[in-house]
Design a binder for this molecule. Sequence first.
Ligand code: GLN
Length: 317
Amino acid sequence: MTPILHVRLKMDFQQILLEIQEEIKPFLKEGKVADYIPALSRVNPDQFAMSITLFDGTSYHIGCSEDKFSIQSISKVFTFTKAVNIYSKALYTRVGKEPSGNPFNSLVQLEYEHGKPRNPFINAGAIVITDTLISHYKNSKDAFDYILDFIRAISDDQTITYDQEVCDSEYEHGFRNLALANLMKSFNNIENDVHDVVKTYFKHCSIAMSTKELSRAMLFLANHGVDPISNHEFITVNQAKRVNALMLTCGHYDASGEFAFHVGLPAKSGVGGGIVAVVPKVMSIAVFSPRLNSWGNSLVGTKALEMFALKTGLSIF
Ligand code: GLN
């Protein structure tokens, strides 16, 4: 460990989180809660929580860090991790690894690029990833059970589950995602039944977790694929490198450059208001605040992470 890092790790993280909680207050009314489904539009918009977990399991929290919220696109990190572990390089014949520069649910690029999504973190890419998992596990029920088991394993928490109401609501209003899946099916890039794939995708998006659980769950990605607490290797060093690289370049859709510029950490957002971030070799972080900016990322969550990176000097750059 370099002396500089050593000094940084001696920081009072609880104090830093408390400062952030105070400093984000003026921004708590900015932005807009996701309202594309009733189940998400009903959340209390003024919530804020932030958690960090260090390699020895020490954790620090502020706000409603034990309250569960819909992880939405954060689940794409977990499904991509599973798929890359199963298919390795072969996965990239189905999905790319470039930033899209487009909104997360855009259809336009997909037509030009013959049904191959730019990356696994936009909706089209995540739907393809779900399809690859259904093919691997032979049916959607088993695929979802494996996804949930995986999330429970990395979180070391068997109680994590999904929210049926959010899931049903997503499907009822899922026209755009069904359009994406149908378009990809027309290019032969979806192997299974379109409705089955999209339903399974919604199911993993509707998994509910707290910032406390999410910051614990992401630890293996901060440590080259090995959970530093249990020493269990979930994925290889190279696979962990790929997941982190895509979080940095694609984790915030068409605001990924902006996020890298201001925060400088591999991270993934969800339209439920959560963001997870990784400080390689040091810790993982989760933040939650449901009001979103114009790119569909948590407005206060992004600000809080920017403040954290500034105050601690922790970034990959
Ligand atoms: N379930 C959401 C959707 O499919 C996920 C999007 C997100 O979190 N950005 O639209």
